[in-house]
Write a protein of this length. Structure first.
Length: 318
């Protein structure tokens, strides 16, 4: 292709791209389209060099590619800063603003957990009202001191496999606690209580069996992130549901839109904590070679760190 035909074919693309990179604002209106055009510019530059087009065209395309690279890099850096700002400040500040809902969700989770654990510990037969015989044997097998990896079935030997399993399972729980809150908060309440009863039931069965050390040394490491994330997800669902019950001076649809923006922030933060919990659960909690005292110590430190982060995070920014 002659240079004139090449220029005529792609000149409008180059001009549009040059206009975008020359804009002073950092946020691109459509980063996907910009990236696609940037790749096309780089390809055009390579073709111009290969076909020995004149130096003026090559210099022009080279300048566009450099400007595009700088624009994309700055956009990526800006995104990284926004994510960091959200995790360091925006998320804990938003949660503290909704502390009443977080407290309610926590009570709905932890109280049934404690009550059911005590009921089954003092009345072991009550466990058959919650679990099948097969489930009870499965839980006991997972936390049997003879097992070389706690918290998993014996056929699951891969830490990476369990990492993926924990992510899918825990995020599924969090999402149900969140999404069902749209039904005037009732769905979130139900799943918080249900999960509390389920977890407390397992704890009661294993405590009564005598597998206390294997079970509690396993859960103490990741429970600070996992349980707190579940409570935050429930609070996010309650935020949406209660906005429909008490919209104030707004129409219900407007109140729901407003509350959803806050709820999504809480859900993003909870999802991040769930990922951390899954990583700890797969690569730390299940290891038998680590002494229980070390696990308890690390678990206690993580509980303190999580709530220190939620209580103090972003106060300076606020």
């Amino acid at each position: 292709m002659k240079q004139q035909d090449f220029e005529r074919k792609y000149q409008s693309l180059w001009q549009t791209f040059e206009k975008n990179v020359s804009q002073s604002n950092k946020n691109l209106p459509n980063i996907d389209q910009f990236s696609k055009n940037y790749r096309a510019i780089c390809q055009h530059l390579a073709l111009a060099q290969e076909r020995l087009y004149n130096d003026h065209l090559i210099s022009y395309l080279n300048r566009l590619s450099l400007l595009g690279h700088e624009k994309l890099y700055r956009q990526s850096s800006s995104l990284t800063r926004r994510i960091g700002q959200f995790l360091v400040a925006d998320f804990p500040v938003t949660l503290r603003q909704e502390w009443r809902l977080f407290l309610l969700a926590s009570l709905l989770l932890y109280l049934p957990m404690l009550i059911m654990g005590l009921v089954i510990y003092f009345n072991p037969d009550f466990a058959f009202n919650l679990f099948t015989v097969e489930d009870i044997f499965k839980y006991k097998d997972m936390y049997d001191p003879a097992n070389d990896r706690f918290g998993r079935e014996r056929s699951a030997d891969s830490d990476f496999y369990m990492f993926g399993f924990y992510i899918i399972n825990n995020i599924g729980i969090d999402f149900r606690c969140f999404a069902t809150g749209i039904v005037f908060g009732l769905g979130s309440m139900f799943f918080m209580v249900f999960n509390g009863i389920h977890i407390g039931g397992i704890a009661g069965v294993l405590t009564e069996t005598g597998f206390t050390d294997t079970f509690y040394s396993f859960v103490v490491g990741h429970s600070s992130f996992e349980l707190t994330a579940a409570a935050i997800s429930g609070a996010a669902g309650l935020k949406m549901g209660f906005s429909l019950l008490a919209p104030g001076s707004l129409r219900r649809i407007d109140a729901l839109k407003k509350s959803t923006g806050i709820a999504i922030k809480l859900l993003y933060g909870a999802a991040t904590m769930t990922l951390i919990a899954a990583f700890i659960e797969a690569y730390w909690s299940s290891m038998q070679m680590i002494p229980s005292t070390i696990k308890y110590l690390v678990g206690g430190i993580l509980w303190v760190m999580v709530y220190a982060y939620l209580f103090f995070g972003g106060r300076r920014s606020a």
